[in-house]
Design a protein around this ligand. Structure first.
Ligand code: MCN
Ligand code: MO
Length: 721
């Protein structure tokens, strides 16, 4: 058995740890023109005129195809929005020239915070009739009647603040046009989408044959899903200049122009009965969409409606009424960031439960036991979301002794005069979305197995896990398997790595393609040996006919297949009609320093049910990184804009993200109580730990300081005052 083994990242790591892996910036061609973007200095301004340095290769929005969205053509709507681009022989010359570009602005009032936006005195874009650009409502049951019978009603406003996704590698791209074919290397997680969108835009310029390559990229966390204006411009300029074009963001440019995440708030009222049963929630979920670019806003608003529909988590709640508003402001636009809607939903409900427990004087674990759903099997929530499988009570039973142990430790600390607290949160995840994922598997004539995936891993280790799946089916050593990804030439169509889908949807495609290829080769062997297929056994990479002792290796079968006019390869598109519904329970013990207000996490435990775990080492790796990322939102990350809309936190000295120093030890347990209906039975884990850690830590701090918390990050000054 190879599936389930903790194997190191044998596919991904050698190029990375030897420094040989090629990233976008490493791609270099002779004669390359380097591109620097001129970006709006204002959050909101009319662009009156742009003057380029004489004899420079300068392109303003007037020189760029109208079909490229997101550019500041007449009006800039966030700081950092591209206005023009300049090309030069090298990066330094381009930077010098860029400084000489004169943009004449007419500053307009910037709409920065949501409350101002809602007043609609100024609009985030001149042609908006209202800053509320998108609206929805989610209603279940009769909230009026549950609020009437409530024993206790609590209310407040919980803010899940704006964060800046901070992948190790900023965005960049290199484009090369050979007169017929355009090749684009990009720091993206959606090469297949980018290819389609490039074809739409550049088709009008005679470019039909396009290849997009996603080389090694230093992470993405959802922020490299959308295709950005810069990518199209770099490609377009390579075509019109006939020279390779390269662009790479500085960190500050990236922090202003790559999508931000979260930025939702819930004004709520929640009704409880005397025992602590949550009867209903009523409220308004406001999402600050950032800059009004409707093509981006629409998708991003989906995260808010998902959050509203997922708000009841895994609890039996009778009634829900949530108005959802998508509000435009003059800040960087919001799009996916690790969890995309589910962190916000989980955060809101897990905070509401703890605020309720505090108001009622009930233990936080007990209130969860009172409200939790029992067991589900394709259970459709009244809000439309479906949970495929889950044993929630059993999870609570398993984790309880650990909770009691943390309480004991907390109380010991308290008797020593320390400020200590315990927090618990239950993650309500839906992950591994469709509609499909593609894979192609080949047995090469030397017997090596080549797996091509349509997913686009960028740090998760999926390639190693795919190798495990193929190795298991072909019963060979994992070192006999190679995995390729991130190149639109490799496979007819691909999908993406996002939404914790790769191992479950992409892995199913690898599984099915491998299985079918083995069957195909078995028929080849049967014909060649002149024996019945069902008399052939397969073992250790060999087809064996027991009665006669005749056998064929994978290499022989591969060559024979070609001789018979069949390719020794199979491709498969795995169709995922639903998604999976992983869940988990995380808990933490924290200590708050009374003098400094600094929070120390003393103990952190996660109990997650993601069905079958393909590689526990990789899954646990996701938990370690993901938990720290969730803690980071709770304790450190704060996106600050000035009133005029300048991003103040535009470097890592102002925008705090944790390093290994802040890293904590996480004890992780895979529960494996409920599988998914996929060939392997896995569910996604990539986002779950990030979703879990934020409310877990906030709940713990609240328990420590005995004061309701509504905003993040919880900085020392907030704790001490
Ligand atoms: N895994 C497993 N068994 C399971 C579930 C997962 O062995 N039942 C393993 C997989 O083999 C894979 C990893 O865990 O190595 C994550 O798999 P999966 O849950 O399918 O998630 P994806 O591979 O689709 O990753 C996407 C997810 C998302 S949506 C974000 S955002 C995120 C995350 O992964 N971005 C990341 N983790 C990241 N990790 C790194 N290093 N960099 C990012 O940008
Ligand atoms: Mo993601």
């Amino acid at each position: 058995k190879v599936i389930g083994k903790p194997i190191k990242r044998i596919i991904e790591d050698p190029p990375l740890i030897t420094g040989k892996g090629k990233f976008v910036y490493d791609i270099d061609f002779k004669g390359t023109l380097y591109a620097i973007f001129i970006r709006s200095q204002y959050a909101h301004a009319k662009i009156k005129s742009i003057k380029c340095p004489e004899n420079s290769l300068c392109f303003t929005t007037k020189d760029l195809p109208n079909s490229i969205i997101g550019l500041a053509r007449e009006e800039a709507i966030y700081q950092g929005q591209p206005i023009a681009v300049i090309l030069a022989e090298d990066e330094y010359k381009a930077k010098d020239l860029a400084e000489k570009v004169e943009v004449e602005y007419e500053p307009l009032p910037a709409v920065i915070n949501v409350d101002d936006a809602l007043k609609n005195i100024h609009k985030a874009k001149s042609d908006l009739s209202s800053n509320i650009v998108l609206e929805d409502e989610v209603t279940v049951g009769d909230t009026d009647s549950v609020f009437k019978k409530a024993y206790k009603i609590i209310e407040g406003e919980i803010i899940n603040q704006r964060v800046i996704p901070s992948a190790m590698e900023p965005r960049g791209a290199v484009a090369y046009f050979d007169g017929r074919r355009l090749t684009v290397w990009s720091s993206t997680q959606t090469p297949f989408d980018l290819k389609k969108s490039l074809a739409e835009i550049l088709g009008n310029y005679g470019v039909y044959d396009i290849r997009v390559i996603q080389p090694y990229v230093g992470g993405a966390f959802g922020s490299k899903i959308i295709n950005y204006a810069e990518e199209f411009i770099v490609a377009y300029l390579a075509v019109v200049t006939g020279r390779p074009v390269k662009w790479f963001n500085t960190r500050s440019e990236d922090m202003m122009s790559t999508n931000h995440g979260r930025d939702m708030r819930l004004k709520f009222k929640a009704a409880f009965d005397a025992e602590g049963k949550l009867l209903g929630i009523e409220g308004t979920l406001i999402m600050d969409l950032g800059a009004p670019i409707i093509e981006i806003n629409r998708d991003s608003f989906g995260m808010a409606t998902t959050a509203a529909r997922l708000l009841i988590g895994r609890y039996n709640v009778e009634a829900l009424k949530v108005k959802v508003l998508g509000v435009a402001t003059n800040k960087t636009f919001i799009a996916a960031y690790r969890g995309a809607g589910r962190p916000e939903a989980t955060y809101f409900i897990e905070r509401i439960l703890n605020l309720g427990a505090r108001a009622l004087g009930i233990d936080q674990y007990e209130i969860r036991e009172k409200n939790i759903m029992n067991e589900v099997n394709y259970y459709k929530l009244p809000t439309g979301i479906v949970y495929d499988s889950g044993k929630y009570r059993e999870m609570l039973k398993i984790a309880k002794p650990y909770y009691l142990e943390l309480l004991k430790k907390r109380d010991e600390l308290r008797t020593k005069g320390k400020l200590a607290g315990v927090g618990v949160a239950i993650v309500s995840e839906i992950a591994s979305f469709g509609p499909y994922s593609t894979a192609k598997v080949k047995v090469l004539s030397n017997g090596r197995i080549q797996v091509i995936t349509g997913t686009t891993p960028h740090g998760q280790g999926d390639a190693t896990a795919f190798a495990q799946i193929a190795a298991e089916i072909f019963d060979v050593d994992i070192n006999q398997v190679d995995v390729l990804w991130g190149d639109t030439d490799l496979i007819a169509d691909g999908d993406l790595t996002a939404g914790s889908r790769s191992i479950t949807v992409g892995g199913s495609a690898v599984y099915e393609a491998s299985r079918r290829l083995k069957e195909k080769l078995l028929r080849v062997v049967s014909e060649k040996l002149g024996v019945k297929p069902d008399e052939i056994e397969y073992q250790d990479g060999k087809f064996i006919h027991k009665q006669t002792g005749k056998s064929m290796t994978l290499a022989e079968a591969s060559r024979e297949s070609i001789n018979m006019g069949m390719l020794p390869e199979e491709e498969y598109s795995y169709v995922m009609n639903l998604y999976t519904s992983p869940y988990g329970l995380h808990m933490a013990l924290v200590e708050v320093d009374k003098e400094t207000g600094i929070v120390k996490i003393l103990d952190y435990k996660g109990f997650d049910d993601v069905g079958v775990v393909v590689n526990p080492l990789l899954a646990e790796g996701q938990v370690h990184g993901g938990v720290l990322q969730g803690i980071s939102q709770a304790l450190y990350e704060e996106t600050i804009y000035s009133q005029e809309g300048n991003l103040i936190t535009s470097t890592f000295s102002d925008y705090v993200i944790p390093t290994a120093v802040e890293g904590i030890r996480v004890e992780w347990k895979s529960l494996a109580l409920a599988k998914s209906d996929t060939p392997i039975g896995s569910k996604g884990i990539g986002e779950l730990p990030t979703i879990a850690a934020t409310p877990t830590v906030i709940n713990a701090i609240e328990d420590a300081i005995n004061k309701n918390i509504y905003v993040m990050p919880v900085k020392p000054e907030l704790i001490l005052n």
